[in-house]
Design a binder for this molecule. Sequence first.
Ligand code: 6PG
Length: 479
Amino acid sequence: MSTTAQIGVTGLAVMGRNLARNFARNGYTVAVHNRTASRTRDLVEEFGHEGDFVPAETAKDFVAALERPRRLVIMVKAGAPTDAVIEEFAPLLEPGDMIIDGGNAHFADTRRRERELREQDIHFVGTGISGGEEGALHGPSIMPGGSPESYDSLGPMLEKISAKAADGAPCVTHVGPDGAGHFVKMVHNGIEYADMQLIGEAYQLLRDVAGYTPAQIADIFRTWNTGRLDSYLIEITAEVLSHVDAATGKPFVDVVQDQAEQKGTGRWTVQIALDLGVPVSGIAEAVFARSLSGHQELREASRGLAGPKAAPLGESEAAAFADRVEQALYASKIVSYTQGFHEIAAGSDEYDWNIDLGKIASIWRGGCIIRAAFLDRIREAYDARADLPSLLSDDTFAQEIAAAQDDWREVLIAATRQGVPTPGFAAALAYYDALRAERLPAALTQGQRDFFGAHTYRRTDREGSFHTLWGGDRSEVTA
Ligand code: 6PG
């Protein structure tokens, strides 16, 4: 067995296989291994001409095929299967070797695995990889965590196989130590859920309020995709909406069951945000919208509930309404990203990751599911001011929202009048209005807490904590 492979990939389902091919196509010698050996053979048979593959049937052969320090990529299901593969390979490795987990692992698992393997002097590099099957093959956006030393060794290879942004910059950076890469990938997915939900709401409004057909809405999305909403998700939305079901001749979107599924990364984004105390209401609404859609019995039981009787818009008003929806979608999108970046900043503070937010925006510009022209603007905002308190504090975004807000509100009024659910748009606007409010009813909440539980409150005019003797003479005491 020759020890010439610069990198190895174990787990050759479609993501692993495509990633291995991407390395090989970029001139690297790639050792390939899979639990079921036939998959390894199939890969080499089908794609062997694309580059240098070293097929390995056993874990031992696989490890022996790698040059040192070894770079071993595992592409298996997150959770127990990842632990099982680590347990199988770790005893075969030597100090300085690297295990790169390219799955959608929970960052807390990544932190644990990194800690455990560090004791053996093995670098564990939890790595977010976005872009689906096509991205893995042609260039994904890559979010590696782990030690800086491991990035010194891996970085150049990852830069080579990654997507390149429009300015040629590779869509990969060392995100930060231990679980930072998987954390950022998790938030990427949360933002992905929010983007998809907002696009879904825009579609529903164009259909139910403006009366457009799916094919017409596809054209509207195509037009939007030439402007500031230019993004992969808008582009594929137009493709999905214009697709006609061959069996029935109906729009494809009308023959698909309206129950959205999820594998869980969006849910994690919200769970972790709750722990960190970061309001990611737009992302949360996107997760809840998926779960609501799946409650089929509850929805059946609720079908007869009363709704409004407003008529859809006439043809003459529809085009103007579509323009307003574009404004509402763009403004809501700014809010989703504001919330997502806030969560990354909070995670970075909590775990001392020192994440460069501008860099994250930069590596999301190409290859990943949320890639969008808009991310270049976010990069600029953070490059201009690394300690930006929020994206909404950036002058350009603030001005754009100022210009969009009347339409944003009008769209929500129309949605409410018509009874079209728009939880993403509404949550985004509520977040915006709450942040800019002079006073919030949180003061009343504090009063109520103090009334029923003596939980105390702080005053606007003096330092300290206070309690009012609600059951007595209602005088105030220092707590
Ligand atoms: C990516 C995607 C990917 C994710 C799918 C499905 O960045 O390539 O985020 O990692 O698995 O989008 O996610 P759900 O099944 O949870 O919708």
